[in-house]
Design a protein around this ligand. Sequence first.
Ligand SMILES: O=C(O)CCC(=O)C(=O)O
Length: 271
Amino acid sequence: MDLSFPHEPTADLLEQFQRDGHITLRRLLDPLELEVLEPGLSAAVHRGDPTAGVPWEARSTYDRAFIQVGDVHRRSEDARRLVFSRRLASAAAALLRVPTIRLYHDQALYKLPTEGEGGHTPWHVDQYYWPMATDRCVTAWIPLVDVPDDMGPLTFASGSHRLEEGRDIEISDESEARCDRALAEGGYMRSREPFDLGDVSFHLGWTYHSAPPNRSTKERKVMTVIYMDGEMRVAAPSNSHQHDDLRKWLPGLAPGDLAASEANPQLWPAG
Ligand SMILES: O=C(O)CCC(=O)C(=O)O
């Protein structure tokens, strides 16, 4: 259960991930370890919050969805322990069926409690933002508190990693409307379950996901780590977000390069 102890999901769970494009590994992490990490990590997130002080009414749909702080592992030793966890990276390697795993980047996604309008995470796919040559990339969504249904647990459309409609759109009211319609027309089942502390979900870059608003009275504290195949190549950016991501998360690299800048350490197997 230790963060440094490798993990191989069962064959059934691996098969489920292939089929659905997402999986929640229950009790993958030790709740006690997360409780120890959480205060230091959260302090770094709040120090780095770019939207601190912006009134709710003045926030866009995106900014109402969550406080987003990237590269938390550079701001907090507690975050670093989580992001460099062999347990998480080994599980990512098994799910992606690749021998090696590198870090793309990490980011905290803290959803504020709200009674007001908005606050949901619109339907979207992550890989729209990433200049990567293949689909061998996965996001680990790691709650640092229990996330019951009223707190905005991540919601997946099972099997939607094969759907192409809506892949070309950023997170927005439009992505919510278009993806919701495409998912309904395609008959994709939606899966939303509460998370207990220690549960971690993984979703592919092309799996559609969303989250309802946080209607509780507490912050929904979630850390995410994005892993990629250790052999991933950089793709030519196909939109302005991918240009930004290339500069930010793959510094110094160009299309065709191995996605292995100094910001992308190999996490599995770890030295
Ligand atoms: O935490 C959320 O509400 C959304 C998370 C998300 O989009 C992601 O982890 O890729």
